[in-house]
Design a protein around this ligand. Structure first.
Ligand SMILES: NC(=O)c1ccc[n+]([C@@H]2O[C@H](COP(=O)([O-])OP(=O)(O)OC[C@H]3O[C@@H](n4cnc5c(N)ncnc54)[C@H](OP(=O)(O)O)[C@@H]3O)[C@@H](O)[C@H]2O)c1
Length: 261
C-alpha cells in the first residue's frame, strides 16, 4: 500500500469480537493501527501477526484520568489519526426486582463515559489530520446498538447506555461534523463473546467478520448512521411504529418467566 492510501486508525475493544475482526480486516488492507483494550496479551497476539502495522496501547476506557494522557504518554510521536473505531463495550443485564446499581454504574462508565473519554483522547489527533490538510475527512465510528430503538427486557442498563452513546455521537456531529465525520453504527446481533451469554433467540445473527466487512463497506459512503444488518433494522423499525403491539404481544414472549416476580 502506498503512503497516499495508507491510513492510521485507532481501534478500541480490539482484543475480541467486532473490534478484533475490524483490526484484522484493516491490517490485511495494509493500514497502520493503534489497538486498545484492557487485556494486553490478546492485543500483543494481534500485533505479532502484523508487527509493522499494529502498535498496542492497553487502556481502560472508563478511566478518565488515564485516557486524558493516553497518546501523549504512550505515543508522543503520533501526529494525527485518520479515524477511530470505538468498539470497547460491555453488556450486563438487570434481573428485577434487583435494581443492581453497580451494574448501571459499570455499564455506563464503560459504554457511555468510555466513548466520551475515547473521543476526548483522540480529538486533537483527528483535528490535526484536518489541519494537515489530508485528502480524506477523518472519522469517528461508534458501535451503538439496535437495542436502543425500543425497550428490551433486562436491558435497562445496556440499552440505555447505548442510547446515551448514540445521542452523544449525534450531538458531537452537530458540533464538529463539518471537519470530522461522526457515524454511530446501530448493530444488530453479532456472534461474539459478548452475545455468548444471551439465552434468547437472536434473529439475523451475523459473524464478527461479516460485521467488520459490512461496517467498512458502508463507511466508504460516509452516511450519517449505519444500521446493520438491514433486515433486523427493518423489522425493529416497523415495531417502533407499532409500539403497543411490541409491548403487549412481542415483549411478553421475550420475558424470562418469573423474572418479574
Ligand atoms: N455483539 C453484538 O451483538 C453487538 C450488538 C450491538 C452492539 N455491540 C457493541 O459492539 C461493541 C463490541 O462488542 P463485541 O460483541 O465485539 O463484544 P466483545 O467481544 O465482548 O468485545 C468487547 C471489547 O471491549 C473491550 N472492553 C471492555 N471493557 C473495556 C474497558 N473498560 N476498557 C477498554 N476496553 C474494554 C474488551 O476487551 P478487554 O476485556 O481486553 O478490555 C473487548 O475487546 C460493544 O460496544 C457492543 O456493545 C455488539
Amino acid at each position: 500500500m502506498d503512503s497516499q492510501t495508507q491510513q492510521t486508525y485507532w481501534v478500541t475493544g480490539a482484543s475480541s469480537g467486532i473490534g478484533k475482526a475490524l483490526t484484522l480486516e484493516l491490517a490485511n488492507q495494509g493500514h497502520k493501527l493503534i489497538i486498545s483494550s484492557r487485556k494486553r496479551e490478546e492485543l500483543d497476539k494481534l500485533s505479532r501477526e502484523f508487527p509493522e502495522l499494529i502498535k498496542v496501547i492497553p487502556c481502560d476506557v472508563a478511566n478518565s484520568k488515564e485516557m486524558q494522557s493516553l497518546f501523549s504518554l504512550n505515543m508522543p510521536e503520533l501526529q494525527s489519526l485518520d479515524g477511530i473505531f470505538l468498539c470497547a463495550g460491555v453488556c450486563e443485564y438487570i434481573d428485577l426486582p434487583n435494581f443492581n446499581l453497580d451494574v448501571f454504574q459499570r455499564v455506563f462508565s464503560i459504554n457511555y463515559m468510555g466513548t466520551v473519554n475515547s473521543c476526548a483522547a483522540a480529538y486533537p489527533l483527528l483535528n490535526n489530520s484536518v489541519l494537515l490538510n489530508q485528502n480524506t475527512k477523518p472519522f469517528i465510528i461508534g458501535l451503538c446498538s439496535m437495542s436502543s430503538y425500543l425497550g428490551f427486557p433486562r436491558a435497562e442498563a445496556y440499552g440505555a447506555s447505548k442510547a446515551a452513546m448514540a445521542y452523544f455521537l449525534d450531538s458531537l456531529r452537530a458540533d464538529i461534523g463539518d471537519r470530522i465525520d461522526v457515524i454511530p453504527v446501530y448493530m444488530g446481533f453479532v456472534k461474539t463473546p459478548m452475545t455468548a451469554q444471551n439465552d434468547f433467540p437472536m434473529p439475523f445473527l451475523i459473524s464478527s467478520e461479516q460485521a467488520a466487512k459490512g461496517i467498512l463497506k458502508k463507511i466508504t459512503k460516509r452516511p450519517l448512521r449505519i444500521n446493520f444488518p438491514w433486515r433486523l433494522h427493518l423489522m425493529l423499525s416497523i415495531f417502533t411504529r407499532l409500539q403497543r403491539f411490541w409491548y403487549s404481544f412481542v415483549i411478553p414472549r421475550m420475558r424470562r418467566s418469573g423474572s418479574f416476580s
